[in-house]
Design a protein around this ligand. Structure first.
Ligand code: NAD
Length: 388
C-alpha cells in the first residue's frame, strides 16, 4: 500500500513538474513516533505517523490490530494527507496503531492500552496539533477513554482532541453512516457525470461491515440500485433479484439475507456494474485484476487496488473511483465533529449529512470534470492544493 501511494504521488508530482527533491520531501513524514505501550507484564509496539500538516492539524485513526506495522501506518497517513487536501478540508494527514489483537481481550485491557497510548503521545496531540479518531478495532468507547485520559493530563475539556467519540461525549450525529454515505455520494456523482442511470444499477459489495452495509443500504434506498451480492471474511451471498440490504440490520446482515452461498472471493469476479471494495487493503493487484468483470470499481477500503492494477483496469475501460474520493465521508464528518466541539455546537443529523454532501460534491465535481483517470485527477488536485 505504501508503494502504491508513493507511485500515485510520484506520478502526479511529475505531471505538476515537481522536482525529485520536492517529491521526496513531500513523501517523508513530518514526524514519526514509535514507542511501546504496556499492559501488565506485556508490551506492544505502537506508532503515530504525522505525515503533513500544511493545511491543518494532523488527522487520522488509530487501529488496534496484530498486523499493524510502520509501512502500513505511514501509507495510511500519507493517503490521509491526500484525502483531506482533495476534499479541501483544513486538516492534515496522520495515522496511528498498536500491534496487538484486542479481539479476545477484556474491556479493562483495551482501556489500559488506549490510555497508555495517549500518555505516550500527550505532548504531540491536541485540538490544533493532531486529532486522532477510531479505525480498525477501535470505536467510540475507545476514543472516549483516550479523550478522558487527555483531559486528565492536560485539563483541556473541549473534546476537540479526538473525533469519533460517542454522542454523549461530544460525538457527531451521522458519524456511523458517514463513510458509507460518502461512498454513495461518490457513486451518485460519478453516474450523473457519465449519464449512467442508478435505478437498477447492479452492485456487489465486498465486506459488508460498517462501511459496506451503510453504502449498500443507501445505494438501494437513495439511488435505487440493486445490491446483488455482499461478502464478509467467510463467504459471498448472491441474489440477482436483489438482496434488499435495507431490510436487515448492520449487525446481522449476513445471517438474515437470503442468497446463493459462494466462496469468499467469488464476489471479485461477479458479473455486475459496480464492484465495491469495502473490506481491506491490497485486494486487487496486477495478477488478479483480469478477474474483474464490473464496469466500475468503487474503493471504500483504503488502498484495495494497487497502483499497477488501477492502470491495467483503466486501460481496459474499467473505471476506478479511488479511495481518497470514495471513502472521505468518514474524515469529513470527523472534521465536522471537531468544528462542532471547537464552536460548542451540536448539529442535527440532517445538517451534518447536508454539509457532507456539499463538501463531497464540490471536490468530486473538480475531479470528475478532468479528462484523466480519477486517481490521477484526485492526486494532482491534492498536490496542487498542498503546494499553493
Ligand atoms: P468492519 O470491520 O466494520 O467491516 C469489515 C468487513 O469486511 C467485515 O464484514 C469483514 O467480515 C469483512 N472482511 C474482512 N476480510 C474480508 C475478506 N477477505 N473478504 C471479504 N470480506 C472481508 O470495517 P469498516 O469500518 O466497515 O471498514 C472497512 C474498510 O474501510 C477498512 O479497510 C477501513 O480501513 C476502511 N475505512 C473505514 C472508514 C470508516 O469510517 N469506518 C473510513 C475510511 C476507510
Amino acid at each position: 500500500m505504501l508503494e502504491s501511494a508513493r507511485q500515485a504521488i510520484t506520478s502526479a508530482a511529475q505531471q505538476l513538474g515537481w522536482s525529485e527533491g520536492q517529491t521526496e520531501e513531500f513523501l517523508t513524514p513530518s514526524r514519526v513516533h514509535r514507542f511501546t505501550v504496556e499492559l501488565d507484564d506485556e508490551s506492544f509496539e505502537a506508532f503515530r505517523v504525522q505525515h503533513n500538516n500544511r493545511l491543518g492539524p494532523f488527522k487520522g485513526g488509530v487501529r488496534f490490530h496484530p498486523d499493524v506495522d510502520m509501512d502500513e501506518v505511514q501509507a495510511l497517513a500519507t493517503l490521509m494527507t491526500i484525502k483531506c487536501a482533495v476534499m479541501n478540508i483544513p486538516m492534515g494527514g496522520g495515522k496511528g496503531g498498536v500491534t496487538w489483537n484486542p479481539r479476545e481481550r477484556s474491556q479493562d485491557d483495551i482501556e489500559t492500552v488506549a490510555r497508555s497510548y495517549v500518555r505516550h503521545l500527550v505532548d504531540h496531540i491536541g485540538p490544533d496539533t493532531d486529532v486522532p479518531a477510531p479505525d480498525v478495532n477501535t470505536n467510540g468507547q475507545v476514543i472516549d477513554w483516550m479523550d478522558d485520559e487527555y483531559e486528565q493530563l492536560t485539563g483541556d475539556d473541549s473534546h476537540a482532541s479526538f473525533t469519533g467519540k460517542t454522542l454523549g461525549n461530544g460525538g457527531s450525529q451521522g458519524r456511523i453512516t458517514a463513510t458509507g454515505r460518502g461512498g454513495m455520494i461518490a457513486l451518485r456523482e460519478y453516474c450523473r457525470t457519465h449519464d449512467i442511470e442508478t435505478e437498477g444499477l447492479c452492485v456487489a459489495v465486498q465486506g459488508v461491515g460498517n462501511v459496506g452495509y451503510w453504502f449498500a443500504r443507501l445505494a438501494e434506498t437513495e439511488l435505487g440500485a440493486t445490491v446483488v451480492a455482499v461478502s464478509n471474511s467467510k463467504q459471498t451471498l448472491v441474489n440477482y433479484d436483489g438482496l434488499n440490504v435495507a431490510s436487515v440490520s448492520e449487525d446481522t446482515v449476513m445471517e438474515e439475507l437470503q442468497g446463493e452461498e459462494h466462496d469468499r472471493d467469488a464476489i471479485l469476479s461477479l458479473d455486475c456494474d459496480v464492484l465495491v471494495l469495502a473490506a481491506l487493503g491490497n485486494v486487487i493487484d496486477a495478477d488478479n485484476q483480469d478477474q474483474i468483470k464490473a464496469k466500475t470499481v468503487l474503493e471504500l477500503a483504503n488502498g484495495p487496488v494497487s497502483y499497477d492494477a488501477t492502470a491495467a483496469l483503466e486501460d481496459r475501460g474499467v473505471h476506478v473511483i479511488p479511495d481518497v474520493l470514495a471513502n472521505a465521508g468518514g474524515v469529513i464528518v470527523s472534521y465536522l465533529e471537531w468544528l462542532q466541539n471547537k464552536q460548542g455546537e451540536h448539529w442535527s443529523e440532517a445538517e451534518v449529512n447536508q454539509k457532507l454532501d456539499d463538501i463531497m460534491c464540490s471536490a468530486l465535481s473538480d475531479c470528475l470534470s478532468s479528462e484523466q483517470p480519477l486517481k490521477n485527477a484526485a492526486f494532482t488536485a491534492a498536490l496542487e492544493r498542498l503546494s499553493e
